[in-house]
Design a protein around this ligand. Structure first.
Ligand code: SAH
Ligand code: SF4
Length: 467
């Protein structure tokens, strides 16, 4: 309550300030947000945008000329941090042109104290640092900056569950929507910084989730993705407890034409009960993103993943039996400390056994504060890159086979926009998240259509509408 009252108070103050500035300058102050990283960050940025809007900022699509520039950062890999810092360097000139520009950093990267120190030392033109637990305090921190100046930071841990249910949202699209259901992560996979920067697991109540999804469906949204670092842990922290399979069934009962996706499902908590729920619920897509990370039991143990390759393959078998046509996608880390050629061969073997529609592959990145950062790592970067290239090549062939297997099948497609390869065609996605191009015009946009696949490409399939 306190946080909400404070937010309303400071929102009004910043708004009044912005209205006065608009009168003086003859134009409304603009805010620009750039998002790095995962879907959770995209969802958070929609809330940041909602708050900016309430504070009287126009939303700009470029930093030049903006009064407020926010980078919503990622910390999962060094590369993501490097990109944010590189783009920050590029902002220096813009700030020199416009001394009143406020530059702020939010998100996972700045929830790490060593980075906040680094930014203070190396990027003195940054004004604001808003940690992952402080997002609802954005108006207060902006007001502090406006009235007191200096380097304003808040990376304190949350009090209570810190869920801030009432944050306004300005969604990026009008067809697809993100709905976070669980925040934080308690799994402590040894390579991963997320539990350190996003805090402990907190589930939203089923009432709040169901109200949000129903509102979206009434507002015309047709593709809803439930978000969480491990959606399978949903419901454990609330009273009365709930569960992810139960939540899926409740969402499936909401009337209307829409589809539901979810990510991410951790294999250690992916139960047969969940697979049964996916099979039973016609609105839940027949697609499971089930990040395996490695096919070697030794590496899976060192990663603290809590399952074996055989256990993972059993789940895949069960899902294939229960859900006809189910598609799997996955994340794989190559070059985890101590991974040798036989471990990597086990990963290739597993990838061949599963037959994923697509894979997100990553070179291991050492993250400060994680258990894996302390492990010896004797494999050269060249060897790791060679393994990554091999994995990509294996997946290129296998992924193509999955797409070829769709030829002759009829897919239910949510039609989105004009085709990329041929503007005379429309494009949409199947429930497996496969891009489908088909004959048709803009009148199909936002509608579900049945498309019979005639041709497969590496990254999409092409077909004709079935009347
Ligand atoms: N919660 C999700 C993953 C979130 S991070 C899950 O458990 O599946 C998304 C992906 O980034 C992970 O699945 C992993 O493949 C990759 N990743 C995370 N930390 C990494 C690191 N230190 N180096 C390389 N890849 C990493
Ligand atoms: Fe990171 Fe593991 Fe949590 Fe996913 S489940 S966010 S990989 S610690």
């Amino acid at each position: 309550m306190e946080v909400e009252k404070n937010r309303a108070h400071y929102t009004a103050l910043v708004r009044e300030y912005n209205e006065k500035t608009a009168e003086q300058d003859g134009r409304q102050p603009a805010g620009y947000i750039r998002t790095f990283g995962c879907q959770q960050n995209l969802s958070d940025s929609e809330k940041l945008k909602g708050m900016l809007f309430e504070m009287g900022y126009a939303i700009s699509d470029q930093p030049d000329g903006a009064s407020l520039v926010l980078f919503n950062t990622c910390a999962v890999r060094e590369h993501a941090e490097g990109r944010a810092l590189g783009n920050l360097t590029a902002l220096k000139a813009a700030k020199e042109q416009n001394k009143h520009m406020i530059i702020g950093l939010c998100g996972c990267m700045v929830q790490q104290p060593h980075l906040v120190d680094k930014i203070k030392g190396q990027y003195p033109y940054v004004d604001l640092v808003v940690g992952t637990h402080a997002i609802a305090k954005l108006p207060e921190l902006i007001w502090k900056k406006i009235t007191k100046g200096g380097y304003i930071t808040d990376i304190s841990e949350m009090k209570g569950d810190g869920l801030s249910e009432d944050l306004p949202t300005r969604r990026d699209g009008d067809l697809k929507a993100w709905v976070p259901i669980i925040h934080g992560c308690d799994n402590f996979c040894s390579f991963c910084v997320v539990p350190l920067v996003r805090g402990r697991e907190r589930s939203r109540t089923p009432e709040n989730v169901l109200t949000e999804v129903s509102g979206l469906v009434r507002g015309g949204y047709k593709d809803i993705t439930l978000l969480g670092q491990n959606v399978n842990s949903y419901g454990k922290t609330i009273t009365p407890p709930s569960s992810f399979p139960r939540l899926l069934r409740e969402i499936n009962d909401i009337p209307g034409k829409f589809r539901v996706r979810f990510m991410t499902s951790h294999p250690k908590d992916c139960t047969k009960e969940l697979i049964d729920a996916i099979a039973d619920c016609e609105k839940v897509c027949n697609h499971i993103h089930l990040p395996v990370q490695s096919g070697s039991d030794r590496i899976l143990e060192a990663m603290n993943r809590g399952y074996t390759a055989a256990g993972y393959l059993d789940l895949i078998d069960y899902a294939r039996k229960k859900i006809p046509g189910v598609a799997f996608t996955s994340d794989i880390i190559v070059g985890f400390p101590g991974e040798d050629e036989s471990d990597f061969a086990a990963t290739i073997d597993l990838v061949e056994k599963v037959g994923y529609h697509s894979l997100f592959t990553f070179l291991y990145s050492k993250r400060a504060g994680t258990k894996a950062a302390e492990l010896p790592d004797h494999t050269s970067r060249e060897e790791k890159i060679a393994r990554l290239d091999k994995l990509l090549e294996v997946q290129r062939v296998l992924g193509r086979k999955q797409y070829d297997g769709l030829i002759g099948k009829t897919l239910r497609v949510l039609c989105e926009e004009q085709g990329k390869t041929d503007p005379a065609r429309m494009t949409g996605r199947s429930e497996h998240n496969v891009i489908v191009e088909f004959n048709g015009d803009n009148t199909y946009a936002g509608k579900f259509v049945n498309v019979r696949v005639e041709e497969a490409l590496q990254w999409a399939v092409i077909g004709k509408i079935e009347k």
